[in-house]
Ligand binder design. Sequence first.
Ligand code: TXA
Ligand code: MG
Length: 327
Amino acid sequence: MALVDCVHALSNDDICILPTETVYGLACSAFSAEAISKVYRLKGRPSTNPLIVHVLNHSFAEEISFTNEYSRKLAKAFWPGPLTFILPKKKSIPDEITAGLNSVAVRSPSHPLFRKILEQVQLPLAAPSANPSNKLSPTKFENAIAAFGKNCPPFLDGGQCDIGIESTVLNLTSTSPSISRLGPISKDAIEKVLGIQVGCEKTILKQTGEIKAKQSPGQGQRHYSPNTPLFLYSTMEQMLQSNAINESDILIMPRAKPSLLSPAKKIHLLYLSSTGEPKEITKNLFKVLNDADKLKQKRIHASLFPSDDGLLSAVNDRLSRAATERF
Ligand code: TXA
Ligand code: MG
């Protein structure tokens, strides 16, 4: 689809798939109840799970939400980029976006194509990840086509998303900011900018990958799941010694290091990176899980990373939610 057609669709109560720097989004005007309902229907998303609204900058955020000193400081440091704020909403934002909550999620994406669209439509755009509810987020437009099939709306091709996992979500509705979804911007980085300690509302991930009780409507424990059952191990060593690995299973390895495995079993090996670098692993996480699904085998095996309070904690969070079984 050409950019001009996207702008036309979004200005006329329609939806399309747009690239962001994190994952592809299923976009619609935040002011169109009709388009919003198309997004919920196509995703099969429960109406209780609110949408993120995308804006060009902090001034636009002020038009739809009550911003504050924290959001101003953080936007200066991290926008445009993968940090979403939950802020008290203004009346202009319809209840359909926020699932009836009096807060709204806002972020300013850095992807040049998404920004061009925002400039031209002059509307805030809601865009949840472009996947059926609870399934893998798409980091290439082909993933969205595979997931939605003949119902897939028109899309803009922006190549593989640079970051590869969804934005960090930070709740700024009270005087104590807290993270409600781990993501590319770390707790540490946020604390450095604000000069205060920041909580982790619900997604505090222990070294073991255990997830504490949830509060954010979209942070259900089972999420980001491949269609193939995913077996998750605490360490790579544990995975490699597992008796649960059968012929034709898929093993997801952090980096290309074939010598670690005995070639005795006929298994599929997929690599998250060539270097073991957290950025590369994060970028490829959903791509590799999507590729694993395409192989249509019985099981995927993967292991958690030693936590680093940064990108790899967010990767562990996604893996933990994607897992069918934990070892
Ligand atoms: O990187 C991203 O954030 C991507 C790209 C497309 O921008 N979008 C994305 O949207 O991941 P979605 O809808 O898949 O995730 C939005 C998360 C959900 O967990 C939702 O529950 C939460 O944000 N959320 C949205 N509005 C909220 C609100 N008012 N209060 C609390 N959580 C909210
Ligand atoms: Mg999502």
